[in-house]
Ligand binder design. Structure first.
Ligand SMILES: Cc1ncc(COP(=O)(O)O)c(C=O)c1O
Length: 457
């Protein structure tokens, strides 16, 4: 409203808002007392005449924003310039192939509730801060789990509990990157990792990927702080890094004194075949930082993950975690420790893997039935998503296809934003989409793909 403009009468506004007139009278009196409006007996209240200039002063102009941003640290200024991926808007009435979403019914609610209330009512001497590295019980359980499930050998001391992969990446950026340092990334890549390193001032060296994962022959022979990789299931294209490339990457890191960040975000979901050994298990020189998360097996809302650190990095990472937020939430850590200790976690994983295997078969079959030769599918062997290339739709028409799909009641998200380098290293010139299926019912997967076929030009 403009200065001097009349406000609705208290009676009208009360009726419009469905509140009592006395409530509106009290609010008008409060606004008048604070000088926002002027009232006089027998006339309608008005916006104060002095308010216009006050508002102009309070709302900084773009140039004022710019001047204020100049007071930011170098980190703050870089961050201010970055566009970060936001959780996509998914219409709840639609069939959404939303990558990263998990089915609500897949969370082990009853077991979690039982363990949570047990931990909540457990007697403690007092409520005080706990160990910055995380609860010892949980670190031991994770160590045992990684040994059983991933053949990964470490001590519980090497495990640091963090709030998801994201905090692990943030700590890596803080501790391992100075502005101007080179960081090797896959292209296409996990954008949240790339942005984390860019905010730290890293110079990103993008490296192509093919069906054997990152192309190690393209690694730079200059000094790099670190290489970030998703070797068990390249994000987003889904290839598995071959054993020869794993060895090549490890010897490159040793030669160049670089760290390797191994983001093992969804290796629980490998269908048919045994999960491939992590880089960490092949590393003899202490250069691999392994990151695991509970975002895929339990929920991304838990914000629970861990690092397995080379011994030389244990102390600085613990210190950084302490300064970031003291330690991860203790109740959730204790529930998780008991979930793993009791065997319930691995039972849950087996069930979840079966569920997702059914969803994966459903999407692969539906794509072949409804889309057939008009598409090419990648990354079907593991994980919780596939990438589908629509041969007849040009890349420039991706958004248009998203809109048409939306009109048919289907949510899909393009792969293009994950190509941070644009068309460089992009083999497919046609439109591509990342289709996540972990939150969908089998019947909806088939229906969603069928509807998608009707949206084809
Ligand atoms: C490559 C990759 N890493 C990690 C994660 C999980 O991140 P967080 O543990 O922060 O939820 C995701 C989730 O989508 C991912 O795609």
């Amino acid at each position: 409203m403009m200065a001097g403009e009349k406000l609705p009468s208290t009676r009208t506004l009360a009726a419009d808002l469905g509140v009592s007139r006395s409530t509106v009278v009290v609010i008008y009196e409060q606004l008048a007392a604070e000088g926002y409006i002027e009232t006089a007996a027998g006339t309608r209240a008005r916006v104060s005449s002095g308010l216009k200039s006050a508002r102009i002063e309070q709302k900084p102009s773009d140039s004022k924003h710019a001047r204020q941003a100049a007071g930011l640290s170098g980190y703050g200024q870089r961050l201010n310039q970055l566009s970060l991926p936001q959780p996509p808007m998914a219409d709840p009435r639609h069939i959404n192939f939303l990558y990263g979403a998990i089915a609500d019914e897949d969370f082990p609610t009853l077991t979690w509730r039982r363990l949570y209330s047990r931990m909540l009512t457990r007697h403690q001497q007092h409520l005080y801060y706990r160990a910055r590295e995380g609860e010892e019980l949980l670190r031991k359980e994770i160590q045992g789990y990684l040994m059983r499930a991933r053949g990964l050998q470490c001590t519980a001391d090497q495990v640091l509990i963090v709030q998801g992969t994201q905090q692990a990446l943030e700590l890596c950026a803080k501790l391992l990157i100075d502005p101007g340092n080179a960081v090797v990334m896959e292209e296409p890549c996990y954008l949240m990792a790339r942005r984390t390193f860019e905010a730290a001032g890293a110079k990103i060296v993008s490296t192509p990927v093919d069906e054997q994962g990152m192309v190690t022959s393209a690694l730079p022979e200059t000094r790099c702080s670190l290489a970030y990789v998703t070797p068990s299931h390249q994000f987003p294209l889904g290839s598995v890094m071959s054993i020869s490339r794993r060895h090549a990457l490890l010897s490159w890191a040793q030669r160049r004194s670089s760290w390797i960040i191994e983001d093992d975000y969804d290796s629980e979901f490998r269908y048919g075949l045994r999960p491939v050994d992590p880089l960490q298990a092949l590393d003899n020189s202490g250069r691999v930082i392994y990151i695991g998360t509970f975002s895929k097996a339990l929920s991304p809302q838990l914000r629970m993950g861990y690092l397995v650190l080379p011994p030389a990095l244990v102390t600085p990472f613990r210190q950084a975690k302490q300064l970031a937020d003291r330690h991860a939430p203790v109740l959730e850590q204790s529930v998780l420790a008991e979930l793993i200790r009791s065997g319930a976690y691995e039972r849950h994983l087996r069930k979840l893997k079966r569920e997702n295997e059914r969803r994966r078969s459903a999407i692969v079959e539906a794509i072949s039935r409804h889309l057939g030769a008009r598409v090419r599918v990648e990354g079907t062997d593991s994980g919780l998503h596939v990438v589908v290339w629509f041969k007849g739709i040009p890349r420039s028409a991706e958004q248009q296809f998203v809109d048409t799909a939306k009109e048919r009641g289907v949510g899909i998200w393009p792969v293009t934003p994950l190509y941070a380098e644009g068309v460089r290293f992009r083999k497919e010139r046609c439109a591509g989409f990342v289709l996540g299926y972990a939150s969908l019912k089998v019947a909806d997967i088939d229906k969603g793909i069928r509807l998608l076929a009707t949206a084809l030009p």
